[in-house]
Design a protein. Structure first.
Length: 97
């Protein structure tokens, strides 16, 4: 499974209903399974992003479909980053020989 970091900002709708944000995170975790995606962590943050989330997915298509479904709900806008573990990065670097 590939790891993805999702940087998230509340939309106007999302901030108006911010008291529901932890319940929405539970709903997102449940929705993830329908796309073959697993929610690993949710962090509510200070700074440029309101949440930083970690997901695992079998492929880019699965995380993309899941991201579109989250966006369609209207509470957040997301930016998805493919993340590599130290072990994965070591394998990538080994190809530079």
């Amino acid at each position: 499974m590939a790891t993805y970091i999702v940087l998230t900002n509340f939309t106007d709708q999302g901030i108006r209903t911010v008291k529901e944000t932890t319940k929405r995170a539970d709903a997102v975790s449940e929705m993830a399974g329908k796309f073959g995606v697993k929610a690993k962590e949710f962090f509510w943050t200070l700074g440029a992003y309101d949440l930083v989330c970690q997901f695992e997915a079998p492929d880019d298509a699965s995380i993309t479909a899941f991201g579109l479904a989250i966006g369609a709900a209207g509470n957040v806008r997301t930016q998805t980053l493919r993340a590599f573990s130290k072990a994965e990065m070591s394998q990538i670097l080994a190809k530079l020989a």
